[in-house]
Write a protein that binds this ligand. Structure first.
Ligand code: AMP
Ligand code: MN
Ligand code: MN
Ligand code: MN
Length: 297
């Protein structure tokens, strides 16, 4: 490769054939599958490059890399960090992070301590609703040392037959204003971005349309995110109308952010699958062109 137009064309042709899914969950947080099973499922779904981005932990990444080497799926080491911004829970995905970096692991430890306290408080509230040993039983459904999120509790309630879908269980007990809701006290977006960058990674604003905020607030968030050193934004997600993708691409260009795509897969759902409906429009700048983007397998 000598950087000629010919080489560039070859790279672009290679990329066009690759399917990237850069946001997914395993049993290390609130996903249904172990890292190995998720990677094998990605192979089945023809995903070529999969980022493992569990909530506030990288503990599923090494197993996923080993599984990816076995079956030929490239793995990107990632994380999804919970933050608070002006009273809103904002998720920041870190891609291509060094999972052993001390600064990142310091943040992971702090998040784990906060998650433990909050998960026990949620469990206590669910006990009052009649679900005995809710924390212990929910924890038992995830991997050893997993991040326990409201998603885990929703899956636990679903396993008891509380409602016909996990989403409905969530809406009944765990959403804001529900009986088992507990406020979180995550750190700032700057804390998360700094830790991701210290670990050599790329900070990406996750699912920008899922924060229940109007466009003015969303722009303020993106502006702050960029000023704090954020470098990417998810423009392509599952279950997304074409106009929404175009809008997010326009925002990515306006604020000088690179474009990412991810299903945010936790488990199969109608209209949501690993790798499903994901591509980066041609007029956007794909995150895998970032100089620090790298595959671990
Ligand atoms: P937490 O970080 O503990 O507040 O939990 C957030 C997780 O809960 C998300 O990553 C989703 O997996 C899950 N979640 C959030 N909203 C919903 C919803 N409406 N229905 C089902 N799961 C949800
Ligand atoms: Mn989740
Ligand atoms: Mn999220
Ligand atoms: Mn997610």
């Amino acid at each position: 490769m000598d950087g000629s137009q010919d080489d560039l064309d070859k790279v672009l042709a290679w990329e066009n054939q690759m399917m990237f899914d850069l946001h997914s969950h395993t049993l290390a947080s609130d996903g249904k599958y172990s890292p190995t099973d998720l990677v094998n499922y990605a192979k089945k779904k023809k995903v070529d490059v999969l980022a493992i981005t569990d909530h506030d932990t990288c503990s599923g990444v090494e197993e996923a890399i080993a599984a990816g080497k076995e079956c030929g799926v490239h793995i990107v080491s990632g994380i999804e960090i919970s933050t608070m911004w002006r009273g809103n829970q904002i998720h920041i995905v870190g891609l291509a992070v060094d999972i052993h970096n001390p600064e990142l692991n310091e943040l992971i430890t702090t998040q784990a301590e906060k998650r433990l306290v909050r998960a026990k408080e949620i469990g206590a509230k669910l006990e009052k609703c009649g679900f005995a040993d809710a924390y212990e039983r929910t924890k038992a459904m995830a991997a050893e040392g997993a991040s326990i999120t409201r998603g885990n509790y929703a899956a636990f309630l679903y396993s008891l037959g509380v409602a016909p879908t996990i989403d409905k269980c969530f809406q009944l007990y765990l959403g804001s204003n529900c009986r088992a809701f507990v406020k979180s006290n995550w750190g700032t977006i700057a804390d998360a971005i700094n830790a991701i960058k210290a670990a050599g990674g790329i900070a990406v604003l996750a699912h920008p349309r899922r924060y229940d905020m109007n466009n003015k607030w969303l722009r303020n968030l993106i502006k702050d995110f960029k000023e704090c050193g954020g470098e990417g934004i998810e423009v392509s997600g599952a279950m997304q109308a074409p106009a929404e993708r175009e809008f997010l691409v326009a925002l990515s260009k306006e604020y000088g952010l690179m474009a990412s795509c991810g299903s945010d897969f936790h488990r199969e759902k109608p209209y949501l699958d690993l790798g499903g409906n994901l591509s980066i429009p041609e007029n956007a700048s794909p995150i895998w062109h970032h100089e620090r983007f790298k595959l671990e397998a």
